[in-house]
Design a protein around this ligand. Sequence first.
Ligand SMILES: O=C(O)C1=C[C@@H](OP(=O)(O)O)[C@@H](O)[C@H](O)C1
Ligand SMILES: C=C(OP(=O)(O)O)C(=O)O
Length: 442
Amino acid sequence: MTHPAPQPRVISAPGPLRGTVRVPGDKSISHRALMLSALAVGESRIEGLLEGEDVLATAAAMRAMGADIMRGGDGVWRVHGVGVGGLLQPESALDMGNSGTSTRLLMGLVASHPITATFIGDASLSKRPMGRVIDPLATMGADITASPGGRLPLMVRGLCPAVPISYRLPVASAQVKSAVLLAGVNAPGITRVIEPVATRDHSERMLAGFGADLSVEIDEEGARVISLVGEAELKPQQIAVPGDPSSAAFFAVAASIVPGSEVRIANVGLNPTRSGVFTALRAMGADIEEVDARSVGGEPVADLIVRHAPLVAADPDPALAPSMIDEYPVLFVAAALARGRTEIRGIEELRVKESDRIATMAEGLRAIGVACEELPDGLIIEGRDGDGFPGDAQVASKLDHRIAMSFAVAGLHAAKPISIDDAAPVATSFPDFFELLAHLQN
Ligand SMILES: O=C(O)C1=C[C@@H](OP(=O)(O)O)[C@@H](O)[C@H](O)C1
Ligand SMILES: C=C(OP(=O)(O)O)C(=O)O
C-alpha cells in the first residue's frame, strides 16, 4: 500500500528511433499462467513471464495461499500448485498494489474456496469499482464486505461448494468474465458466462490448455456463451508467454510519429482480442509490417516492423474498444499528431482504469499544446498534422503507467522537453521501458 518515491522524468526529442526491441511478456497471460499453475497438481514451468509489479503481486498472493513459486536462474518460473480446491487461508492481507487484474481474478479464486482473504491496494486501486465482481461472486455464495462504493479494502469469505451460475456480463470486461470462470473452476456443475461483446480470451484458452472442460458457443444474438465444467482437475503445463501487444503499442506509435524511424518489435502477441490498436493505427496510415508469424503458447505471434509515416485522422470504430482498451492513451498521442480531427467514442470504461484516462490524457494533452474536448464516453482531438508538440510542460501520471509511457512517447516528437511528474508506475507493467527506448535512440 506504500508508494515508492515519485520518479520525475524529462523526455526530449532525440531524433529517429532505430533498431530491434523485444517487449516483455504479456501481463494478462502472465497473471493467468501463475494462477492456473498454482491450481494444478505438479510442477508447471513458465517462460517469458512478465516480471512487473502487477504480476509479482499475483505471485506473492498465490504463495500466500500455498503455492510454491520460484524463479530459476535461467529466468524460467517454476510453480508447484496446490490443486483445485486446495488454496490455503492467507495469514495476512493480500496486497494487490496497483493491479486491477490481480484483485478481480483472485477474488474469483477465493470466492469458491473455504478460505477468507482481505484485499488491499494502492491509492489508485482503492478508487476502482469492485461491485462488478462482487455481484456475481455473491450470487455464487461468497460473502463479501467492501469499503463504501464497493471498493478496497475488502474481504472475501469463500463458499465451498459454491453455487454455479449463468452470468450475462453487464459490462465488456475480461476481468469480470475471468473472475466468474475462476470461481467456477472449483464449483460443482457448469458455470456459464455470456459475453455479448467479446473481450480478451486468454482465460478460456489457458483453462482449456490446463485440461479444463470448457466450450464456447455463439448464441442466436451473436453473444459468446462460455461453459465451464467445475471441480476440474488441472494438469501442470509448460507455458511460453508471448510479448505484450499493449507494451508493443508504445514503440509502434513512437516509430510512427518520429520522422526517420524504423523499429523492429520482436515477439508481439497478436491475439485478435488484443490487436485492435494495430488495426486503428493502420487505418490512420501507419506503416506496420508483420513478419515471421508463428504460434507461441497457443497464441498468434509475429515481429512487427514499424516505419515512420504521415498519419491521417481516422475515428476508431467503437466496436474495436475491447481489443485495444489499454492502448487508447497512446493512440490519443498518435491522433494528436495526425492530419485532421479524431473523434473517439464508446470508451467510458477508460474512466475506471488506474486513473480516469480520458480526463488525465485530456489534461496532459492540453498542457503539451493539443486542442481537445472531453466527452462523457470519449475525446475529440485536433491533430497537429505532423507538427511536433510545443512541449515545455509538465504532465501528471496519476499513478497510471500507461499515462506515463504515453507522454514519454509524446516527448519524442516535441520542440521542447516534456516532464512527467512520476514515472515510477511504469514498473507495474513494463519495468525496462526506458532502457529499451534508450536502446532505440542510440
Ligand atoms: O483481463 C485482463 O487481463 C485485463 C482486462 C482489461 O480490464 P477490464 O476487464 O476491466 O476491461 C484490461 O484493461 C486490463 O489491463 C487487463
Ligand atoms: C487497466 C490495466 O490494468 P489493471 O486493470 O490490471 O490494473 C492496464 O494495464 O492498463
